[in-house]
Design a protein around this ligand. Sequence first.
Ligand SMILES: NC(=O)c1ccc[n+]([C@@H]2O[C@H](COP(=O)([O-])OP(=O)(O)OC[C@H]3O[C@@H](n4cnc5c(N)ncnc54)[C@H](OP(=O)(O)O)[C@@H]3O)[C@@H](O)[C@H]2O)c1
Length: 345
Amino acid sequence: MNDKSCVDPAERHRKVAVITGVNVGGIGYGIAERLLELIPCEALVLVFACRSHTRANNVRQSFLNRYPHATIDLVTIDLNQFTSVMQACQDIQHRYHHVDYLFLNAGYLSALGLRWGSLVSLFLKSPTALMESSDATIQATGEINNDGLGKVFATNVFGHYVMIRQLESLLGNAKDHGRVIWTSSSTASSEFFTLDDWQGVKATLPYESSKWACDLLAVATNDYFMQQTLNIRSFTTSPGVVASHIGNLPLWVIYLRSLIHWLFRLFGLASQNINGYRGAMAAVFVALQPLVVLNEMLRYTSETTRWGESYVKPYVLHLEVEAAWELIDRVEHQYQALLAKSKQE
Ligand SMILES: NC(=O)c1ccc[n+]([C@@H]2O[C@H](COP(=O)([O-])OP(=O)(O)OC[C@H]3O[C@@H](n4cnc5c(N)ncnc54)[C@H](OP(=O)(O)O)[C@@H]3O)[C@@H](O)[C@H]2O)c1
């Protein structure tokens, strides 16, 4: 049983939005910004679930300067550590009666640098692919975390899955359906993922593998919620291309790439959203639209015209539902194993 003694009664009438990974300039920041624009402060509680309390608090302060009446709470979470995710979820369970929107936004891209040769050849052969993929980025491979899981998978997929399972009852308490909003990527595709290596440990592109796993789990968890007649729905989204700090690229690379993104957008490449505010459009759209207009077999994607007008475009997910079910079985099994282990300790 959750201890609800510390839940503020006024909070029961507000929308509670949990966002993982909120950094200045990132998509999480854009999600928070858009929610504050669209929902009055007295009707909204934002919960930033972040790895660094100090950085999250700085973001919180910058929002409070603009929205002094906003309620923004902080929860510390390291998605790469099972015990940290469990602790964060316990904090959320103690503090809130319900969760309306769970934005699974945090993401890890293990960039080691750039393949300058590929960068130049891609630029000459297919400049569009260069601007929309991370093909020229050298990704670390074979990284394993302390729980014995593929590190990129653990952060981008598994930690978020644990959040869903732990917050299931709070999501089910939402007035409308609780919504789980995954952050995939336009680069996610079945070609980068195999069930034989579902944690992407052997993958040369573990990030892309993990993002396809997000798509699969978005579909499978939605099926699960419906089968269990839970008051929850799950959708997948893509922010398009945003020049954020993901991959810890040097600042000069971020500025240079922003300039190039601007040029490509001017030439009509709609994926080039460049900033987190535009990139966040699809996630917030999926959170706030009536359920009847949404479809879990689509990936809702943020795009921007050359004139700077952003919109949401749904793309059909060409995935095998059986693969989605197979993956959720394995992930659930892993979750139960770590749960049992943590109870023994
Ligand atoms: N930028 C793009 O073009 C693009 C394209 C497609 C998809 N996406 C996805 O969009 C999402 C947001 O990324 P972004 O581009 O906005 O980059 P970002 O601002 O760097 O956001 C990533 C966030 O994830 C957090 N994070 C990383 N590892 C974590 C962990 N172990 N535990 C908890 N939080 C962790 C980071 O926290 P720290 O500050 O502590 O590192 C950061 O707040 C990601 O899922 C990304 O894969 C981005």
